[in-house]
Design a protein around this ligand. Sequence first.
Ligand code: HEM
Length: 422
Amino acid sequence: MTIGSQRMTLTVDEAGLALADPKTYADDRLLHESLALLRREAPIHRVDAPEYTPFWAVTKHEDILEVEREHQVFLNAPRPLLATTELDVMNQQRAEAGIALRTLVHMDDPDHRVFRAIGADWFRPRAMRALEPRVKELAKRYVDRMVELGGECDFAREIAVHFPLYVILSLLGLPESDFDRMLRLTQELFGGDDDEFQRGASNEEKLQVLLDFFAYFQGLTDARRQNPTDDLASAIANASIDGERLNDFDTASYYVIVATAGHDTTSATIAGGLHALIEHPAQLAQLRDAPGLMPLAVDEMIRWVTPVKEFMRTATRDYDLRDVTIRKGEAAMLSYPSANRDEDVFNDPFRFDVARDPNKHLAFGFGVHYCLGAALARIEVRAFFEELIPRLRSIELAGEPESIATTFVGGLKSLPIRYSVD
Ligand code: HEM
């Protein structure tokens, strides 16, 4: 098949193996060629990659929806994300010892329903709309920062990475002086496959990052239990289930999912969204001339970037999906970037179209685990571009963009731009 100007020839097995390699996700062309081939030739494909327990790659939109709908059959535990067998075993041992990260994405019902309710009230769309003025204020601060930077910057590193972190940490109620430390920890935790963000390659070093997170949030829990405030950290620290407070790991895990899930995903969307607008100047002009398109444009940026590359599910019984039987105990990888380029669902899926409607993308997942922060993410992306676009006089690339090598949450780590902003 041909994507761009060069022709690549991959076999189905190579395409499957590519999905387990973090570097693939830093190479858009290789990623999308692999996914398009799998969708066409082997939509449910068994991947047997060195160092990984075999899994099924699910690449069609329709099949991903079915797996997510069947949440009694396909559980998030014990393997919610793609990890090496060694790491899977270590996580399993820690889970059995009660000392593992246990966030919403590690849980299934009945626990998931109860834990999700703690945050759900906070994140419901109406509550999020009340936060809009604050988010807009922060968006203005970061567009002003672009002006201060004098017409040239690395947008991914200097702007996109900071704005969503700032939003989520201020909603959590953390002091501004701790933001840089949180940024580093988040990148170490989520950009863990990319050399640039790694503290160290060993599992012990990865674990140390988690322990640092826990230690930080333990202090926050203690403070909010002593002096409750009206921020999200207080809601988490003082939540109870059946009259009992959450244990320390569950409390810390809740902060971790909010601080991490709420950050890299949105910054990747903002950086990737701007990159798409630079590469498609007619779309940028259309959006500038018709600002009412912004809600559609925001969802198109989210579809285009699809920052969450996968989640996994494990079958509790044999299940027939399309032409394959997924056996009890086997895992399925839900490939969201693939769902969002599925030719059977999207008209001309490789076209970036700020007016795309309908846009039934799965970038936020679907069903009981549907992204808790979707309303907030949309508000953030919209606030940023509503502030930037009317003030933008010119913009172009000033260097080669670079993406993060990771199988989980990814996007641009570098986007050098030259611009004029009022
Ligand atoms: C779950 C994507 C922003 C918090 C998820 C899932 C995806 C996702 C794919 C898993 C859904 C599934 O398993 O079906 C995104 C994208 C974002 C974004 C693309 C930005 C564009 C946020 C923000 C927050 C957040 C801003 C919070 C501040 C969460 C939480 C979960 C989650 C707590 C776990 C929900 C559960 O398992 O019940 N997100 N997310 N996300 N997201 Fe997001």
